[in-house]
Design a protein around this ligand. Sequence first.
Ligand code: IPM
Ligand code: MG
Length: 364
Amino acid sequence: MSKTGTIAVLPGDGIGPEIMASAIKVLDAVSAKCGHTFETKEGLTGGLAYDKFGVHLPEETIKICEASDAILFGAVGGHVSDQESPRWKDAEKNVILGLRKKFNLFANLRPLKVWPGTESFSPLQERFIKGTDVLIVRELIAGLYFGPMRRFEENGEITAEETSRYTWKQIENVVRIAFQAAQKRKKKLTVVDKANVLETSRLWREVARKIQLEFLDVAMDFMFVDNAAQQLVRSPASFDVIATDNMFGDILSDLGGAVVGSLGLVPSASISAKGGEKKFGLYEPAHGSAPDIAGKGIANPTAQILSLAMLLRYTYELDKEAQAIEEAVLAAWKAGKKTKDLAAPGEASLSTDEFTSCVIERLK
Ligand code: IPM
Ligand code: MG
């Protein structure tokens, strides 16, 4: 059945526009093949929005998102050495956290998958990495990122503080998503926390034990975050679904990205409870804007392309199309087509555009 829809496209800064161009080409190819019609509406965010409107997340862009079924997001932010200039100060916070809060995107799904035949992308030995297929479910609109934060002077010393705050309901919402995901996978959920120290973590455990009563077919365990970091490196394949808070999820997903081979491989879906026929979500690579390689045409578009696949799967329930995209990426790799980040030293690599064409050629 052919579908129609409207997708807000926010390429952003750095490599964002380059990898977004790849994803849009893939979207066009899939739509043409399967008879779907998607209208894309581009909005400004980050540095370019600042140049035009003096803000990183203009009202105009929010309106475009509100009028769409889903947001396909690239990346935002300037160079680390330039964080204090007005053009870049708080750009990530304003745009990324702004959109997450505005659209109540409380659960962030980050798959860490080693496709059969791609074990060599990982810095780990094949026997450790083989079969790795983890889904991190990260809470996205509370915790340290959104609690009160301030800077003040105490006893003549400059002091800063932030507060991690979680309500029962906030934890319940995200833990339930994690259980539901586990139920459709290997039926194993690991709740990652720091309950030997933190009160919020103790509440996470309490909530998780309660919700588990609704999901008795899922095996649940708890793991401290420091140990989880270690286990993700030592035996990544032993995990199925991980549920964790905003801060821990941020750190573990970069760690996991490195474990599977590159952060350039990790897509993400940020979803809200808003049901309906089309489930709203924001889909973005787990990596940032990589200004150091922007404009060189060498960025790996995989995370952006796989984020598009997640969009088709979650928002439009186009499972076959999503799978076709994933299989095309895998087929390109198997044919030895790789961007620079994945190529072995001395091995030939393709530009962003060349790799994208190789993916599109293999779309079935
Ligand atoms: C991510 C990013 C963001 C986060 C930053 C850019 C605010 O690192 O999506 O993981 O910390 O959530
Ligand atoms: Mg991060």
